[in-house]
Design a protein around this ligand. Sequence first.
Ligand SMILES: Cc1cc2nc3c(=O)[nH]c(=O)nc-3n(C[C@H](O)[C@H](O)[C@H](O)COP(=O)(O)OP(=O)(O)OC[C@H]3O[C@@H](n4cnc5c(N)ncnc54)[C@H](O)[C@@H]3O)c2cc1C
Length: 559
Amino acid sequence: MDIRTLTGELSVAPQITAADLPALRDAGFKAIVCNRPDSEGADQPNFGEIERAAQAQGLQARYLPAESGKVTDEQGAAFAALMAELPKPVLAYCRTGMRSTTMWALSQAGQMALPQIIERSAKAGFDLKGVVRRIVNGGKTPVEVADATHAVIIIGGGAAGISAAASLLARSPGLDIAIIDPADIHYYQPGWTMVGAGVFDAATTARTMASVLPRGVHWIKSAVAAFEPERNAVILDGCRVVKYEQLIVCPGLKLDWHGIEGLVDTLGRNGVTSNYRYDLASYTWQLVQQLGRQKGGGRAIFSQPPMPIKCAGAPQKAMYLSADHWRRTGVLSAIDIQFCNAGAVLFGVADYVPALMEYVKAYGIGLNFGQTLVSVDGPGRKAAFSQARPDGTKELIVREFDLLHAVPPQKAPDFIRVSPLADAAGWVDVDPGTLRHKQFANVFALGDAANTPNAKTAAAARMQAQVVAHNVLVARGAAKGEAQYDGYGSCPLTVERGKIVLAEFTYGGKLAPSFPKWLIDGTKPSTLAWLLKERFLPPLYWDGMLKGREWLAKPEMVG
Ligand SMILES: Cc1cc2nc3c(=O)[nH]c(=O)nc-3n(C[C@H](O)[C@H](O)[C@H](O)COP(=O)(O)OP(=O)(O)OC[C@H]3O[C@@H](n4cnc5c(N)ncnc54)[C@H](O)[C@@H]3O)c2cc1C
């Protein structure tokens, strides 16, 4: 825990976890204020979990969420009211502590001398220059005055952002690039399926952001809140302004945990888990083993929300690996496995379905299509699914469970959805070949946030990064021709421990195997493909893709 003191009555901190509450009570805190909206990050406990843990320690807890970079004057006033009402000292937290500090600073406007507010915030490690200007300017950020300017700005230091930066530097060493990302940790999310099956240790999928940023790239450790593409500017958390010549947008997607009623109240408890969150993937493995030991067996439900989702195969990968564990431990026949998929097919590319169906049959899995998980009653161990009837009405199907692997609905991040860069569905609107924005010629997008109709995977980002790197340099007059992305994406479907159906395809579901058929036939379960996933892909990610070494990937050139 990284607690920073602002006054005798108030301290701020980055995201806390439920496990921190006993120590906070021991440190003398009487109340907790959460200034971070739920579902912002892949490793974020929801406020309900913090509130329960706080109450268990006799602390009060309040929720006053603010969007990154959008702390309003009203929220400053509401924060002041909370501070008047709550027992003190209070600990306020958000992703980094920045929003909490901003709210405090706004609540102090006119009460504490400006230099003192700035001094105290700076001492706590927060630079409030942007807020000061905003207060002075009556709440408006003067976009003409940039706090920083870089040749290339990359929003998001995930799989896509780091690879794009590395690929740019590989082509143009010394290029002035800044990555904007508030996260301390970079995750290798494809590893979470393996964590959920007890194959990888969770810690191997996480590295500090500082350690994966390419050398020479500036890191602006902040969240982007808004875009001014006509002025080549982005507005950051704390209302700072950064200007660019070329912009690359890749902040991933938003997991909408609140989109399923009751889910946030029970995640990580009552047999409810999800490999889509770093801290829960290990819980999946714990539950799978527990259910295997449970006398008389039980029911395991694996849900899949409507598309698009990242790694469309991940919900069923969790299911096959769990079933394989139960088979190996001799309890499979006692476990009723149900796959409840909002979609109409097992997998979007038909060529891979026969191999998957063999496993569905062998594991005795019940397939339920067109069924969307809409609510979860954790303590009652019941999950409700909505299914459309042929007459257009909806039927609610309630199932009891012992284990529920839930996958949340997924959408474009809020700050993207409401931005001038978004298409009607909220994703960044780019040309599917060049990955250049359809309206703003110096803006590019890749990764999960782009509206390209490929499988949202790190494998896709690996190919896209080079296309974007080349085309950004063309836009800067430093390269010729135009690179084209063909829609490549890959989904290693872990059908059993030791075997994978390696789906690789481009736009339109056209098969695009990386290996000759005699080596790996992607439409059949393969031991070699498992070894690839277990042994080769993690180093390919960390030491190849994130370092600008473009192994097994060359973009098609046009012109
Ligand atoms: C369980 C699971 C299994 C998967 N399995 C596979 C697999 O087998 N193969 C595969 O190829 N892919 C797989 N994926 C998908 C893959 O991980 C994603 O497609 C990939 O990480 C997308 O990269 P990205 O950079 O677009 O987003 P991310 O890697 O999610 O990174 C987004 C970054 O943007 C930052 N950010 C967010 N908001 C802001 C903001 N406002 N300002 C600045 N920065 C911001 C975040 O902090 C983060 O660092 C899996 C994913 C999951 C969850």
